[in-house]
Ligand binder design. Sequence first.
Ligand SMILES: [Zn+2]
Length: 76
Amino acid sequence: MALNCPRCGGDKNRVEHQGKEDGQVIWTVHYCTACCFTWRDTEPALSIDSTKRRKVFQIDPSHPERFGVVIPPVAR
Ligand SMILES: [Zn+2]
């Protein structure tokens, strides 16, 4: 089953790690290779469900020039 990234909606994801207990997988960490978002499948829907996330946190990785500046450049 294809898994879509909660932030960009892409399907270029890989499993980074799985937490196991008694041999059973109880959580999985995914990484999106398109936008570098990482999430655990047990996080709240507000964080990992694209229909419930605030739209301000969604990105389109095909247009990086539209990304907001999250860390100000260092003054030189
Ligand atoms: Zn993504």
